[in-house]
Design a protein around this ligand. Structure first.
Ligand code: MN
Length: 488
């Protein structure tokens, strides 16, 4: 059965507390969602502001046939959607006793009248309608059926059953959907919130009973505890029901889309988040690593490649010699079994002291045991950064390269950028490309130690390097110079 994905990262997701994204960033997310294969994108709430209406309109113009806008059952809200040229208008009104009494201060009859007027108004203007009974899972059964039958007869395109405050259970969702399926023929959607951690379970339960349009968001962003997560709903459809439910999602693009939303929304994904968290395909324990390297399905339900992620072997005190050998091979070290045993022993010793061994540490340990200590050819002699606010900062660097001094100056968008640009301006390093940059504060406070980890490439070789300093510019420069030394 074909399942269409309705993504509301740009609407419910933007209502995440603390999130405010620019028009440009909303556009970037919309583009990524289209590339991911999302069927309908709820791009925003056009009546919220003039800017929002403009953004939704711009998105609708660029991605025709896919864009939905949200509206309450008012002429003003619907007009904003019409003016934004959306392809589908999502109108909603609450139908639960709590919402009708305290929020709307309306009776069932008044609510029903609003529904009819609003749907008629959309239709008169030639728009398709997606109708939501807000707080449906707390709505009295009889009224829910009455409303659904009414909008079914008015030929709306979709009827949505939102679990607005996330209090449904999979069993109850199955009951509601199967009951409605007997009463109406309009395709059904669900919109589940994660207040009890059941958003994905409730969504899949709905799909089992015939829901064809699950509402989801990337990384599960959304109000309060968020919405059902796109990654989990899509992979659930694909893997747990062995393709009984098919989507148009290009699953290998899931990871990059998730990372984009993580960055633009500023909401960090927890390491144990399914499929896209840092640990989703990371293995530390020795037995697990041996199993995964021999046959990944032993300890991974899907391969990381399916969602565009990478497997990560973490070296700690539980590490096995197989994992160490695997990792060394990746780093282009060809060592004997005996040397691999020695390196493993050293990692375990460090692990016992509570230290996690990173790739850089492993290189240092391997070089140490192999007696290949590298002499640093590039040293920092002087660094000065000028930042006069309102003007572009610039940096001056003096390096000692193989005994010869080189001076370079450059501007940048910020102080770190100007310092790194200055180094890259030196002829020998013009082909060095910064592929990744991570900044972590090791302890709290403005005098905390900053740890910068970077990935550098010169086209032939890629290295990971680290720098630690109280000042982030210095930590960044130190990491960059360490990386250049590794590239030598
Ligand atoms: Mn919602």
């Amino acid at each position: 059965m074909k399942i269409k994905i309705f993504d509301t990262t740009l609407r419910d997701g933007e209502q995440t507390p603390g999130v405010a994204i620019t028009q440009q960033d909303k556009f970037k997310v919309a583009k990524a969602l289209v590339e991911l294969g999302v069927d309908i994108i709820e791009a925003g709430f056009p009546s919220a502001s003039e800017g929002e209406q403009k953004t939704v309109k711009e998105i609708a113009r660029n991605f025709p046939g896919k864009i939905c806008g949200l509206a309450r059952c008012t002429k003003n809200d619907i007009d904003a959607c019409i003016n934004a040229d959306v392809d589908l208008i999502h109108i909603f009104i609450a139908t639960s006793p709590i919402h009708m009494k305290y929020k709307l201060k309306m009776t069932e009859e008044q609510v029903t009248k609003k529904i009819v007027e609003s749907i008629q108004y959309c239709k008169e203007h030639g728009f398709k309608v997606h109708f939501s009974l807000e707080d449906a899972t707390r709505t009295e059964e009889k009224f829910m059926i009455d409303v659904c039958k009414l909008v079914d007869e008015m030929n709306v395109h979709y009827i949505n059953i939102p679990d607005t405050v996330g209090v449904c259970t999979p069993e109850r969702m199955k009951y509601i959907i199967s009951m409605l399926r007997k009463e109406i023929s309009t395709p059904l959607a669900v919109h589940c919130h994660n207040d009890f951690g059941l958003a994905v379970a409730n969504t899949l339960a709905g799909i089992e009973e015939g829901v064809v349009l699950p509402h989801v968001t990337i990384n599960g962003v959304g109000e309060r505890a968020g919405n059902a997560d796109l990654e989990q709903v899509v992979m659930g459809c694909k893997i747990l029901y062995t393709n009984k439910f098919e989507t148009n999602i290009k699953t290998e693009k899931i990871y990059e889309t998730s990372k984009l939303v993580e960055r633009l929304y500023g909401i960090k994904i927890s390491p144990n988040f399914p499929f896209v968290g840092d640990n989703a395909f990371a293995h530390e324990a020795g037995i697990h690593v041996h199993g995964v390297l021999a046959e990944s399905s032993t300890y991974e339900p899907i391969t990381p490649e399916m969602v565009g992620a990478k497997r990560r072997i973490v070296l700690g005190k539980l590490v096995g010699v197989h994992a160490v050998e695997g990792k060394l091979k990746e780093l282009n070290y060809d060592v004997s079994d005996e040397i691999a045993e020695l390196i493993t022993k050293k990692i375990k010793e460090l692990g016992d002291k509570g230290k996690r061994v990173t790739e850089i540490d492993l290189i240092a340990i391997a070089d140490d045991i192999l007696g290949r200590k590298k002499e640093e050819k590039i040293k920092l002699v002087d660094l000065r950064v000028y930042n006069d606010f309102g003007k572009k900062p610039f940096a001056f660097v003096k390096l000692n390269i193989n005994g010869k001094e080189e001076i370079s100056v450059s501007e940048g968008v910020g102080t770190v950028d100007s310092a790194l640009n200055a180094i890259r301006k030196i002829k020998e390093y013009s082909d060095v490309h910064l592929e990744e940059y991570h900044l972590d504060a090791i302890s709290g406070g403005s005098d905390a130690l900053a740890e910068v980890t970077i990935k550098l490439s010169n086209g032939k070789k890629t290295v990971i390097a680290r720098g630690i300093h109280e000042d982030i510019v210095m930590a960044s420069v130190a990491a960059f110079i360490n990386g250049l030394n590794l590239l030598e």
